[in-house]
Ligand binder design. Structure first.
Ligand code: GFB
Length: 325
């Protein structure tokens, strides 16, 4: 990928896309193509085709997706499967039709079976049943992987698939009802601190184990893979380290500086008991994550304090500014 290559970042205002976009610019890639959701609905096949025909991207990052935390997935299963299938199908198929040189599709660690042996190796894909709370999302992501592999096999394309673990960082979605655990807990602890609440509710039992990757590390990894990886085999991107939700909640409480109690709300789902990626494949290529969880949380909270000041009309959370380019 030369510095003048025409690169389309699908989803450039999202958590992953915005960091990827900035890092590409920092590295001297100047010919970036992008559209906001308002300008181009990636679920619309005809519009996607017209856009590709006009802009002729040579490289494509598929960072556009409908994402959300455990409750958003459970409560909006139809939107999670439809939007993701439509977006990725249109972008992957059009990339094939219009001769894109290389495409990177972003999956997720939830593509692996619920009771997968740990750490999860790439070859465990489709070896067991999925976790129910995010099955529609996982099935969409698995379809994207199989589609890339099928196109590589039949049409000789170079479509690669990266599987990131749970992500967090500046620019995340902080509405505690629908967000992932880290932004959700940052919001809740911050509000409890500012509004003098006695306790904060953490969902589930606190026992599930998760691995968290700072989004800037992922952005680095995606560029590294676009530059160095050319295989149909999926590739995990993570830190190789895990933490329980209880320990994570204590850590976030410390970063925010909240003094009250933590209560576990066991009426809320735990989801997958454990999700730790085996990162030996990407490590053997020479890539590893740099930002530790505590540092990443401090950076994220500092961003939250700078950008999330306006109290939502329901007074449940502070609204954040979105990424601008
Ligand atoms: O981040 P999260 O929603 O994603 O939840 P998943 C992780 C764990 O944190 C679960 C617990 O056990 C939650 O019950 N948790 C505790 C909380 N308190 C909270 C809270 O305030 N908010 C949230 N959100 N969780 C998602 C999938 O699963 O992972 C997606 O639903 C995607 O499809 C994503 O794959 C990476 O790891 O459970």
């Amino acid at each position: 990928m030369t510095r003048r290559a025409r690169i389309f970042v699908a989803g450039h205002t999202g958590l992953v896309g915005s960091h990827l976009f900035r890092k590409l610019k920092e590295k001297g890639y100047t010919n970036l193509v992008y559209r906001t959701r308002k300008q181009l609905d990636l679920r619309d096949q005809e519009k996607v085709y017209d856009f590709f025909k006009r802009e002729r991207p040579e490289y494509v990052f598929v960072a556009a997706a409908r994402v959300g935390g455990i409750l958003a997935n459970r409560d909006h299963p139809a939107e999670f499967i439809y939007d993701n299938l439509a977006i990725q199908t249109n972008v992957i198929h059009t990339s094939y039709l219009l001769g894109v040189k290389k495409l990177l599709f972003l999956g997720s660690s939830c593509i692996y079976p619920r009771n997968c042996p740990q750490p999860m190796k790439e070859e465990y894909l489709l070896s067991g049943y999925l976790e129910k709370t995010n099955e529609p999302y996982a099935v969409a992501k698995i379809s994207g992987i199989i589609m890339c592999q099928a196109y590589n096999q039949q049409y000789g394309t170079n479509f690669i698939c990266a599987m990131p673990t749970n992500l967090y960082g500046p620019g995340d979605h902080f509405d505690p009802k629908s967000s992932h655990v880290i932004p959700g807990l940052i919001s809740k602890f911050h509000e409890a601190k500012t509004l003098g609440r006695k306790f904060v509710e953490v969902w589930g039992t606190g026992k599930p184990m998760r691995e968290f990757l700072f989004v800037e590390d992922l952005a680095e990894a995606l560029i590294f893979l676009m530059e160095n990886y050319n295989s149909s085999e999926i590739i995990n991107v993570g830190t190789g380290e895990e933490i329980s939700i209880k320990e994570l909640a204590e850590m976030i409480k410390g970063v925010v500086g909240y003094q009250g109690q933590i209560k576990f709300d066991i009426s809320k789902p735990d989801g997958t008991p454990r999700k730790l990626l085996d990162v030996s494949r990407i490590s053997s290529l020479g890539w590893r994550a740099r930002v530790g969880l505590k540092d990443g949380l401090a950076i994220t909270y500092a961003w939250y304090l700078r950008n999330c000041k306006k109290l939502d009309s329901r007074k449940t959370h502070y609204n954040c500014k979105t990424a601008k380019h």
